[in-house]
Write a new protein. Structure first.
Length: 212
């Protein structure tokens, strides 16, 4: 799409493809949300959107991506990628920033269909957007956070070299819960072999960066 080059942006790793989802990808991503992301009684998200019925979870997934597309500006953007493994959409991996041209700091967030967890996909897809942030966009820092009971997310974060960076206390379902913050500096980032970024140049002006 000439007026929205983000649809051509993708990242490939040895096993995965990350791309801004097509409508067909969103349908499949909604299927993954409907199938389930986490076990009953556990809530890794501040807004408990995964507690709805399967069809509701699928609709919320599509709506989230529609909002991200519509709200994107050069000073406040979120790139929400569909993650494909062996040709199948398995989850989503995002990278977001506000005033990135000034701060050079980007955050990440993700989820993975439950039946695809435990295979190293979460680590690989996070490594992909870190490559985009540092090698592609020139970030100085990448930040993320996870609730203290989200052990899988924190394991991925620590594996990729982040350092603890304080904490937040949130209200989750009417109860206080601590979210651990992490920060990864460019000088501490270790590039993962085999990751490539495709068609980034035309997207740069949409992200507040010089595309010349």
């Amino acid at each position: 799409m000439r007026n929205w080059p983000l649809f051509n942006l993708s990242i490939t790793t040895p096993r995965l493809e990350l791309r801004i989802p097509s409508l067909e990808d969103l349908d499949e991503l909604g299927d993954r949300a409907a199938e389930g992301i986490h076990e009953d009684g556990f809530m890794p998200f501040l807004f408990p959107w995964t507690e709805g019925e399967p069809a509701e979870r699928a609709r919320r997934t599509a709506q989230y991506h529609f909002r991200a597309w519509g709200a994107l500006t050069a000073d406040d953007w979120a790139l929400e990628f569909a993650v494909l493994y062996e040709g199948q959409v398995v989850g989503t991996q995002g990278v977001q920033a506000k005033n990135f041209a000034v701060t050079r700091e980007a955050g990440t967030g993700s989820w993975l269909g439950r039946r695809f967890q435990g295979q190293g996909i979460g680590t690989e897809m996070r490594a992909a957007v870190l490559h985009l942030a540092f090698a592609g966009l020139g970030a100085r820092y990448a930040v993320t956070e996870a609730f203290e009971d989200n052990h899988a997310s924190m394991a991925v974060t620590r594996k990729l070299g982040y350092r603890e960076d304080g904490f937040w206390t949130h209200a989750r379902k009417g109860e206080p819960v601590v979210s651990q913050r992490f920060r990864l500096a460019a000088e501490d980032w270790s590039e993962t072999p085999g990751i490539e970024i495709h068609n980034l140049g035309p997207c740069l002006p949409l992200l507040g960066l010089d595309g010349s």
